[in-house]
Design a protein around this ligand. Structure first.
Ligand code: SF4
Length: 366
């Protein structure tokens, strides 16, 4: 069983090599990790650290920071030394910058090798190998074609995967195999196709995500659709959700997508109906109150809050604990059995208190 979640529906993860990013294992069946990337200017050490603390609090496992040139690597080093989570150096164009970031303590380097050349890759693989850190070859569909080159969606996916595997092959021929690959497109279908193709063709762990997804509901929908499709097929070892300008939101979304897929346990899941014309009273207010009162619980409880006797009893019975409205009161269910009736005025407080008691069954960890 993974994370104490539903054994029958457990995802069979693709077998991959495992690499170590600081204290986080990526691949090899390890829990799927969540990443994010800082927005602060490279020379703003305090700002970068503030973002990493926020990301860690939101459940993020690995951070990333842009290192545009050798000079920026010294700022990267200061941030990496104080970061609460392992920090990846994001480097383009220049292998010397990658080497400087490795010297400054990068837990991993992300590169787009198309602009580093074979000699640069040789130096990079030597330095990363000596430091014992992995390299991610991260390719976005928008950058895969040469200027003037055109291709339809399918052909672009083929080119993206083929060229990336060629670069991975070069690193591998240098004796360096701690490789992570990523294939990102701005649309869901290309992202999914590219990762499925890569999963068939290589043993490397995959960093999955949609690039340039934008912000708001559509960005979340794109990420959830692509990552859901891949992760339920066992493809994907670490992920990043990208929201324009919102580091904390994207970190939380990454964690929530894993929770929705039952690939990560992170506190209670409140199962609540959408409400309809049958609902009596303020169910949305009750749900918000229950979420607030149970936010400190770490155990992966399912707590149902349902609005009537149509679907309410079924969901409440299937949850660890739950309430279903009926005739102006709430019936309290614990592990499938009706225990008592609660007045709406104190239903949230009693439900939360009962959830706390149940949480103790999970090894005493509320
Ligand atoms: S559980 Fe009842 S109140 Fe809630 S949406 Fe369904 S029918 Fe409506």
């Amino acid at each position: 069983m993974q994370n104490g979640l539903n054994e029958d529906l457990e995802v069979t993860r693709r077998g991959t090599r495992a690499v170590r990013v600081g204290g986080v294992i990526v691949g090899g069946g390890a829990q799927v990790s969540v990443q994010t990337m800082n927005r602060s200017n490279c020379d703003d050490v305090e700002g970068n650290l503030r973002e990493l603390v926020l990301a860690a609090k939101a459940g993020c496992d690995i951070g990333r920071m842009a290192v545009p040139n050798v000079k920026a690597a010294s700022f990267f080093g200061k941030v990496a030394a104080a970061s609460p989570i392992p920090l990846v150096a994001d480097v383009h164009f220049d292998w010397r910058t990658a080497l400087a970031a490795i010297n400054e303590g990068a837990a991993k380097v992300r590169v787009n090798p198309g602009n580093m050349g074979r000699d640069g890759l040789a130096r990079l693989s030597d330095a990363a190998g000596a430091a014992g850190i992995p390299v991610r070859i991260g390719v976005n569909s928008g950058s895969v074609l040469a200027p003037g080159e055109t291709a339809d969606d399918k052909a672009r996916v083929d080119v993206m995967v083929r060229r990336t595997l060629e670069w991975a092959g070069i690193l591998s021929n240098f004796g360096f195999r701690d490789i992570v690959l990523s294939f990102k497109a701005h649309n869901v279908r290309e992202t999914v196709l590219a990762n499925r193709l890569a999963a068939e063709r290589c043993p490397y762990p995959l960093h999955v995500g949609v690039t340039a997804a934008g912000r708001g509901g559509l960005a979340l929908a794109k990420s959830a659709a692509a990552l859901g499709s891949l992760l339920l097929d066992g493809i994907g070892d670490t992920l990043r959700v990208g929201f324009t300008g919102d580091l904390e939101g994207e970190a939380r979304a990454g964690v929530e997508i894993l929770r929705a897929l039952e690939l990560r346990a992170a506190g209670p899941e409140v199962i609540a109906c959408p409400t309809c014309g049958r609902t009596r009273g303020d169910l949305a207010g009750l749900v918000a109150k229950v979420e607030e009162l149970t936010a400190h619980i770490r155990a992966p409880l399912r707590i149902a809050v349902m609005g009537c006797e149509v679907n309410g009893p079924g969901e409440a019975r299937a949850a660890d604990i739950g309430v279903a409205s009926s005739g102006g009161v709430f019936r309290l269910f614990r592990r499938g059995v009706v225990e008592r009736r609660l007045a709406p005025e104190n239903a949230a407080e009693i439900l939360a208190a009962e959830a706390e008691k149940l949480a103790l069954d999970y090894g005493g960890d509320e």
